[in-house]
Design a protein around this ligand. Structure first.
Ligand code: HPA
Ligand code: ZN
Length: 325
């Protein structure tokens, strides 16, 4: 238990967190009632039975369906506040938070409703916990490229409320190359770039994310280990990987946490960070992810290195980073 406390107290940033993935089943049912949204699952027991996933897609099906209960700015504010309360308790001092506006917009919710709620949550959570946060808009890669372009039209008006752009959702069959122009435009708008790659997709997608999207961090990056040259490149360019052990376990990216290449990445000198991805779905927040690695033999020094990397690998200002280290 002393160790739990030491892991918790390490100043850390969370760099791979989908705000919609923090929607706990209890809150989903409460919001469904509050908003008059009908879900196929009437009670918590039945809903909880849906959380057994075979792969990324089986998770995404539930995740997108439950997103339908999020309707008002207050919903998004409450979601953000619940997350920041939990993150602060795990020693998170800074968070860069993904959201999927294309899905909310398809549900008839405006970008402003979503962003106003999330930003109010960030403001209140910041005052409450001293935690800083920023938003990364994610492109849902299995929606049409036109829809991504249409999102950028809207984003242009609120670019000051965003730190970056990311790429998420079903990976295989949706290579980063599809979005080269979208990301070039986002970069011209001043957005920093990250991308999910090498979760279920091949190492080549990681290379494309670097070369074509100019990604500054790779989200997951598990499969980069298959390409030695690519690993060398990640080391040399100091590109952080935002890894999510419990997510990878629950989505069967690996059969066992020991099969994750984190040890090999650390030994090779890759910048590795530890994150929770969609904690309400994968059975643990960021502290649980650190703990799970500790439990299989990662040392406090290893994990302190990851925590430190999360701060230096963040998009926080130099001043803020110095204050956090
Ligand atoms: N991978 C891809 N898309 C996602 C994820 C993920 O881990 N979480 C939410 N959308
Ligand atoms: Zn993710």
């Amino acid at each position: 238990k002393a160790t739990v406390e030491m892991l918790r107290r390490m100043p850390k940033a969370e760099l791979h967190l989908h705000i919609e993935g923090t929607l706990e089943p209890e809150l989903a049912l409460r919001l469904a009632r509050r908003n008059g949204v009908t879900l196929p699952w009437k009670d918590l027991g039945t809903l909880r039975q849906q959380y057994e996933f075979s792969n990324l897609q089986s998770f995404l099906d539930l995740y997108y369906q439950l997103m339908g209960v999020l309707r008002t700015a207050d919903d998004f504010r409450d979601l953000m506040l619940d997350y920041l309360d939990r993150a602060a308790a795990d020693g998170v001092r800074h968070a860069e938070i993904f959201f999927d506006p294309q899905v909310h917009m398809a549900n008839g919710i405006s970008l402003d409703t979503v962003m106003d709620g999330l930003i109010e949550g960030l403001r209140i959570g910041g005052e409450r916990h001293g935690i800083t946060g920023s938003l990364i808009v994610c492109i849902v890669r299995d929606m049409p490229v036109d829809s991504a372009e249409a999102l950028l039209d809207r984003i242009a008006l609120r670019v000051g409320d965003l730190v970056g752009i990311g790429l998420d959702s079903a990976e295989v069959g949706y290579p980063p190359s599809l979005f080269t122009k979208v990301f070039a435009r986002a970069r011209r708008m001043g957005l920093r770039v990250v991308a999910h790659a090498g979760e279920e997709g091949p190492a080549d997608y990681v290379g494309e994310a670097l070369d074509l999207l100019r990604a500054e961090r790779i989200d997951h990056g598990c499969r980069a280990i298959d390409d030695e040259t690519l690993v060398g490149r990640l080391v040399k360019a100091r590109v952080p990987l935002t890894m999510c052990p419990l997510s990878n376990l629950r989505l069967n990216v690996v059969d066992d946490l020991r099969d994750l290449p984190i040890r090999r990445y650390l030994d090779a000198g890759v910048v590795v960070t530890v994150n929770s991805d969609d904690p309400a779905y994968f059975g643990g927040y960021i502290g649980d992810n650190y703990q799970a690695l500790y439990d299989i033999g990662y040392t406090l020094e290893d994990l302190a290195r990851c925590a430190r990397a999360s701060i230096t690998g963040s998009f926080a200002s130099e001043t803020r980073q110095r204050a956090l280290l």
